[in-house]
Structure formats: C-alpha cells, structure tokens
Design a protein around this ligand. Structure first.
Ligand code: MG
Length: 223
C-alpha cells in the first residue's frame, strides 16, 4: 500500500481561492481525466452510503479482473486506512486518501493521489469515495464512469431520498440481495426507482460477500 494522501487543515481553501469551488473542482477533474486518458487508464468512481458494500464490491471486482487488467485503487476515508488495507490484500496498489472532516473526495486530492501511481503501467483505477450519498454527487473526480452502491439494509427509500447521485450514475448496484426478504425490501421497486430517476443507468443486483451478481457489474461496466 502507498503512503496516505492527507488533506491538510483548511486545505479546501486551496480550491476556495477561486470564486466558485465547484467550478474549480470541475477544472481539476477535467485535468485528471485528460491525464488518465493520456495513459489509457479507465477510472471508475464507486460511491454509496457507509456500509453499502463499496469496498466489498471493489475486492470482488479486483479478484475477478486480476488476469485481465492491471488495476489500482484510491480509497477515500476521513482518518482511517481500514478499507485501503482490505483492498491491498488482493495485490493491487492502493493509495489511501484521508479527507479529515470532508464528506467527499475532490479532484484536488485525487490529483495528488495520481502522482503516487505509475499510470503507465495501469489499465483500471477504482476510486472509492467517502461513505455518503449526498456530497460526492457534486464533485466529479475525473473518472470515466460512476457507480453507486446501495444495499437493501438501508431501507426501501434510499433511492427516492437521494435522487441527485443517481442522475449521473452509469451503473447502480443493489447489494445485500440475500437480506432483501428479512428486511422487507422489494428489490424490483428499488430498481424501478433508479430507472425513474435515470433511465440510462444499468442496474445490477448483488451479494458482494458471496460474489453473486458481480459478473453483471463487470458486464454493465463493459469490462
Ligand atoms: Mg468501504
């Protein structure tokens, strides 16, 4: 695992120097995208609430795709490297990013983390955001595709309550399908909620602990 990229106290002001923080972020995200494309690296955002299964999904994707692509991951968290270590067990390079108090990654932190990787030797980069269904939606990072992971344990209204993050999603993963019945959650209803907000999103239903449905995610991502 690589050294942690740590946000400095008040670092967000680096971006706030410009009048419009979102616009500044978008500019940096475009630079990140350009750099990644130049090296032929496809970056994929993995967003979702705390405990939805983002890390488990990345672990399963890495295991499944190991023979096909050279991969790396960024893992955004406030202060820990727990998830980063879980992903690194599978033999991929991981850069942990600690945001301190921020509820999302931004393009500035991703830009710094990109400097820690040998992009030349990479095909795929998974960027796991801080667990949150609200803030990450507004901060593009420079990735090609955005995945949102929700789980049935979050209840039946997760999608309708957080529409914005689904609008931009390429793939929506409905995880912990094995618990749908005990939780009294109708997976088809969740899927219909996603499609109503974003008819273009591909939906995959998974149990990321067992690996069920992960093949659908791979297919939906065109990998
Ligand atoms: Mg995680």
């Amino acid at each position: 695992m690589k050294e942690v990229v740590k946000a400095k106290e008040g670092e967000v002001f680096d971006i706030e120097l410009e009048a419009d923080i979102l616009e500044a972020n978008e500019k940096l995200a475009a630079e990140n995208k350009k750099l990644l494309r130049k090296h032929g690296v496809q970056a994929i955002d993995i967003m979702g609430a705390i405990g939805s299964g983002k890390t488990s999904l990345i672990e399963k994707l890495v295991q499944k795709l190991k023979g096909k692509y050279r991969m790396a991951a960024f893992k955004g968290d406030l202060t820990t490297t727990i998830d980063a270590e879980l992903i690194a067990r599978h033999g991929v390079e991981v850069v942990p990013i600690n945001t301190r108090k921020e509820c999302h990654l931004d393009a500035n932190l991703v830009k710094k983390a990109l400097q820690r990787l040998d992009l030349h030797n990479l095909h795929l980069l998974f960027i796991e955001n801080v667990g949150n269904l609200i803030c990450p939606a507004e901060f593009p990072l420079g990735s090609e595709k955005r995945v949102v992971v929700i789980s049935v344990t979050e209840g039946p209204y997760m999608v309708v309550k957080h529409p914005f993050i689904f609008m931009d999603a390429d793939v929506v993963v409905i995880n912990k399908v094995d618990l749908a019945q005990p939780m009294g959650v109708d997976v088809r209803k969740l899927e219909a909620d996603v499609k109503r907000i974003n008819p273009y999103a591909r939906v995959a239903v998974t149990n990321c602990r067992s690996g069920e449905g992960v093949g659908e995610v791979v297919e939906a991502l065109g990998l």
